[in-house]
Every structure is written in structure tokens, then in C-alpha cells.
Design a protein around this ligand. Sequence first.
Ligand code: AKG
Ligand code: FE2
Length: 200
Amino acid sequence: MALGLERERLGKIGYADGVSVVSNYYPPCPERDVTVGTSRHSDPAFLTVLLQDGMGGLQALLGGRWVDVPPVAGALVINVGDLLELVSNARLRSVEHRVVANRSRDTARVSVAAFCNVDLGCENSRSGRLYGPIAELTSAGGDPPRYRSITVAEFLAHNDGKGLDGRPPSTTSACPPPLCNLVMQSIAFHFPWHISPHQH
Ligand SMILES: O=C(O)CCC(=O)C(=O)O
Ligand SMILES: [Fe+2]
């Protein structure tokens, strides 16, 4: 609605038909200056709703500088993801972020991220449906489209090809692994809002 769109406009394109939940566990790190928590990335989703505990470590890239996103008790962090940037024609920008290694000596950090996305498991995402700048934002009086429309399959292939830190996998794998990469992610389970009887 802040984009001047009707209330259900993003719902109609399925911005939250599929939600993946990932929990991240960052144990205390003995060699934190040479360790990455979560490497620099933007989220390949429409929106991320993130719950972080009180440990801190999340940073966003703003104006070329890494800025702490301090935990606020009772608050959720909302990230604009790449697909929202695409459909909003860059009126909303996805934010690059990272998590530095846990600096505590004895306490782990835990975060839980819920990614609002198209339903990647359903026919919609395989059907070749196109996602691009929303027409109302690019038609007469609006900005010209900044992006071409792409299918979900193309978007996912692009994302997979980027690799960690936005570098292609071939470059990434040529880099030495971090000395101790201690972050553990739970199995990401992907579930559509509407689970049909044959899906688990
Ligand atoms: O652990 C965090 O605070 C953020 C993790 C993250 O960026 C992600 O799971 O996409
Ligand atoms: Fe993220």
C-alpha cells in the first residue's frame, strides 16, 4: 500500500504463497577475526521476517558501510528481498546484509528467518509465470521499467549462480574455506500456506 498499490496487489502475485523458515545457530567462535558468520548477501525472496536474540552481529550495508542492526527486544527485523525490489521497480531496494562471527565466549546466537516467497514447490513456479516490475508502477507517469520480467526458474538459476558473497561458485570454490565456519543452519523446511493433502 505504501507503493500506492491496492491492498491485495502483492497477494495476487503470490508474494507469500510459500514460506521457508531457516534457523541459524552461531556458537561462540574461538577465532572470530578470521571467521564469517553469514556471508554478505541479499535475500532471494519478497520479504524476510527475522527474529534475532539479544546477541547482535547482524549488519546491513548502507551507503557502502556495514552498519549494526542491534537487537531490539520484542521487535522483528523486516528485510526487503530481491523479488520485492524487482516487482517494485526498485522503489524498495533489497538490502545486502551479513552476520559477523559470534564474539561471545560462552553464549550462542540464534536467529530464525521466515522468507516470504512465491510457492516454489507448486505449479505456479514451474509454469513460466513471469515476475517483473508491476504495471501500475511503470505505466503512464511512472518510471520506465528498470528490470525485465523473469520466470521463477530464471530467478532461482541466477541466484544459484551467484554463489556466496555474490561471487560465482567457481570463484567461491577457489577461495580457501574460512578457518572455522561454525554457523549451523537447520534444515530449511519449505511449506506453502495452503498445504494440500499429498504434500508433506
Ligand atoms: O542470522 C541472521 O541474523 C540473519 C541470517 C540471514 O541473513 C539469512 O538467513 O538470510
Ligand atoms: Fe539474509
